[in-house]
Design a protein around this ligand. Structure first.
Ligand SMILES: Nc1ncnc2c1ncn2[C@@H]1O[C@H](COP(=O)(O)OP(=O)(O)O)[C@@H](O)[C@H]1O
Ligand SMILES: [Mg+2]
Length: 271
């Protein structure tokens, strides 16, 4: 399978501190690839670089064969590479359907001049955006809360809405940073199911940071393990769980001293 993302010798320094160090990895098109590792391993920093929220200090990142190193998030968004974001505070007073319709599209309604001269066209496009938003709502099976204010949704429903926002554009690679945090078990299953359906039915590739090992095991293959800013190993979760060096990275005390603050969840045992 061809890689959709290739990270080559990427480093990110904050002052003299190396958050990510000479990191190389690739993500297969069509995969749901997991990223785990102790707190402070550099996972979020790596994500931020792939998503265009941080520029690498050195190294390169390719998306579908194209060099995207240092391209800002809004350019990557147009290419179909995006990350989910928590529903911003100011959108909590808008309904679910409105939140979906807010996702930037190549819409002429945003352009004042064309809104002035071609009101018919703008109305037509807006109804198309609503149609798409309604399709997203049906795909995610959240019609019950279509007109509910986003602020009134449960934690898990909010995550579904965040996922739904990626469906308003033609996403190809979606980055999920700890999307399972604070979601109850029932909705977690819903969330995992929807991620799998997006992967299977719409061809999304996912890159997933998650602490919940059950969620990772249910969803991801392969799983990449990061420690101290670099990739430590990669493989099927069953092999990762048995890997002595992974267990050591979690329990053996990390250079940042946060190892105990981040127990690796139920799945990893020290036996
Ligand atoms: N903007 C920043 N400035 C300085 N240090 C940072 C910054 N962002 C992250 N770090 C440090 O880089 C290391 C990796 O952080 P992060 O990528 O968030 O790890 P993870 O997501 O694996 O827990 C941590 O030690 C963190 O304190
Ligand atoms: Mg993080």
């Amino acid at each position: 399978m061809a890689p959709i993302i290739e990270v080559t010798n990427v480093s990110k320094r904050f002052g003299s501190f190396h958050a990510v160090r000479d990191c190389s990895l690739s993500i297969d098109k069509g995969s749901i690839t997991g990223l785990i590792g102790p707190n402070g391993a550099g996972k979020s920093t790596l994500f931020n670089m792939v998503a265009g929220n941080l520029a690498p200090t050195s190294g390169s990142i390719h998306f579908d064969g194209r060099d995207i190193t240092g391209l800002p998030a809004h350019d990557l968004f147009k290419l179909g590479l995006l990350r989910t974001f928590q529903i911003a505070h100011e959108f909590s007073n808008m309904s679910v359907i409105e939140n979906l319709m807010m996702v930037p599209q190549a819409q002429s309604g945003e352009n004042l001049v064309s809104a002035w001269f071609q009101p018919g066209r703008v109305a037509r496009e807006e109804s198309q955006v609503m149609k798409r938003a309604d399709e997203v709502i049906d795909f995610l099976k959240i019609r019950r809360v279509r007109d509910e204010l986003a602020g009134n949704l449960s934690g898990g429903q909010k995550k579904l809405l965040e996922l739904g926002r990626t469906m308003m554009v033609d996403a190809r690679l979606v980055l999920l940073d700890e999307i399972a945090a604070g979601v109850n078990k029932t909705l977690l299953i819903d969330l995992a199911d929807n991620i799998k359906r997006l992967n299977r039915e719409l061809g999304y590739t996912f890159f997933v940071i998650e602490h919940d090992m059950d969620f990772i095991a249910e969803l991801c293959d392969p799983v990449i393990v990061m420690a101290s800013g670099s990739v430590m190993t990669q493989g099927h979760i069953d092999d990762i769980k048995r890997d002595e060096s992974v267990i050591e990275a979690y329990f053996g005390g990390s250079p940042t001293g946060h190892a105990t603050a981040n127990t690796p969840a139920d799945g990893v045992s020290v036996s």
